[in-house]
Design a protein around this ligand. Sequence first.
Ligand code: IVH
Length: 696
Amino acid sequence: MTTATIPVEDLTLEQAQAELERLAAEIGRHDIAYHAKDAPLISDAEYDALKRRNLAIEARYPELIREDSPSRRVGAPPAEGFRKHRHAVPMLSLGNAFEDEDVRDFARSIRDFLKLDAETELCFVGEPKIDGLSASLRYENGRFVIGATRGDGTEGEDVTANLRTLKDVPERLEGPVPAVLEVRGEVYMSKADFLALNEARAAAGLPLFANPRNAAAGSLRQLDPKITAERPLRFFAYAWGEVSESIADTQWGFIERLQALGFHTNPLARRCTDEESLLALYREVGEKRASLDYDIDGVVYKVDRIDWQQRLGFRSRTPRWAIAHKFPAEQAMTTLKDIIVQVGRTGALTPVAILEPVNVGGVVVGRATLHNEDEIARKDVRIGDTVIVQRAGDVIPQIVGPVIEKRPEGATPYVFPTTCPECGSHAERAEGEVARRCMGGLTCPAQARERLKHFVSRDAFDIDGLGEKNVDFFWEKEMIRSPVDIFTLQERDQADPFRKIKNFDGWGDKKVKKLFDGIEARRYIGLDRFIFALGIPQIGQATARLLAQRYHSLDNWKSQMAAAQDRDSEAYAELLAINGIGKSMAEDMLRFFAEPHNLDILTKLEEQLQVEDFALTVSESPVTGKTVVFTGTLETMTRDEAKARAQSLGAKVSGSVSGKTDYLIAGADAGSKARKAQELGVTVLSEQEWLELIGG
Ligand code: IVH
């Protein structure tokens, strides 16, 4: 069996390692196909699914993050394209040093290479290695003209509009500057801003960023610069790319020039006259590391004299004149107060360590994942133990292991529960599986609640205003207990004057309206999202898409699944014939369809929703690729609905009319936009004409 089909939450440590290796290779192959050959082998959505799986596994097993992990390769293509930007001078990476001796070797090899005698001073600049993503800013005659990510080093993505939103990126440079000047440095997010961002995302039910670096990368690589503008990104300048004339003689002089030009440079940078003072700086920065407001993962040493840098040059991908001296992962010692067991939507029980809160590298950690039953046994962590907690720049900390010498007397090995902590049902562990599962199925409230959270999550129904917190809220108030309840919420709210949402604490008219609008906007949903939202075990996003592609419509899928209950049927054979659907997945799906309660929910959902046929959502439509703008009051649908519909047909919906607009759909009382469209010669359609164009 391949690891590719195992849900992330069920992967053992060994399987996770194998799977990360497979994903690194596969994603790498797609990166080459996309970047180098410009001939992608899979759709962007499928590519994204691979990347997300990789991230999810890394979030669970941060200790397994590979040096060559796709999440560390900042240049992977986004969901939809940014323009590519070929760097005039490649953006290379740095060699690593781990021990003091590696640093002395580094200095020695430079002396050898340059044939310096013992008397000649060899100066360096040492500065923190910022854990963000590098970017190159091109200035022509002092004006910021283009900014790009590093990408594969040769070619990055043009993220100019996004970089312009950073306060630390000057639009114009002060004073005399070379005609062409490329300034390079690190885009990063502070630890405090990262935690605040994740808190807001958790409240909105959005997936969390694993660490400040991922948050910075995710924020910079937004197709909509408005989103980047809302994210507090910062920039430290530290290097240059193409320059039309020399800008300094030394690295230190360059840093001073950067400051004079209006850039931020790192305040901990020092000029050091030999390798021993570099090592002293390394220790000094190491001590400050936890109290800095940004993640750093080492100290970079650079030869100060630029003429020497040029003589030293590069090996294949790294300079001879610079090296990164890495820090070890941040650790701390604390007490394991308790182990709690959480129940996931498929019933899998996940143990979580409750810790005496401890500061690990500047982030207070109170919980850590223990992954599964076997992990606890393997590490033999016991409640009451003093444990070592590690944060390798990641938000989900891990327990390295217990400090045996400090084990309190009488501490006993942890016994994993054999009943569900939420509903008391028996919890079983199937052969070959790592997870123990609650067998309560539909009767287990924890599973039902988690399934609801999945239903509204970003890649499923993605309901604005209904994140995890609000699911919990409405669950507790017994107002949403099944997906159908979401779509009858407004109706019930209107019908019952004594139980209005706006009367609950924290719910004003505005918030209630936002919630209802968010729900209304999702009454149209693509078949692939719909299938994924059902949360059938093993049916992830990619598989849901495969199913939607194969069965086209909800009706057809349902009837084929009903027919496939007969394992001798053609329908069953056809299901298994889908490339990417294995027997165990097929069985999980058929089990779902064999459950009358599930069929009942499907029927009721259909009364509330319009599930779009898949063929429609992907095939060419007359408006695929067109940019459309809606204005005025529409009669047959809400603006959100119209927008969702247009998007599902492949159109881009914009808020304002420009030369790029293909159609303006003007409802009643259309005002200035309609006039502007006419001036620009944009085709203006009535609502009726639009409906005819898109086929009803
Ligand atoms: S100098 C020729 N200085 O580390 C190499 N890089 O592993 C020029 N980084 O891609 C890079 N802080 O993203 C340099 N102070 C610093 C840095 C730094 C972080 C990153 C940068 C680079 C990577 C190399």
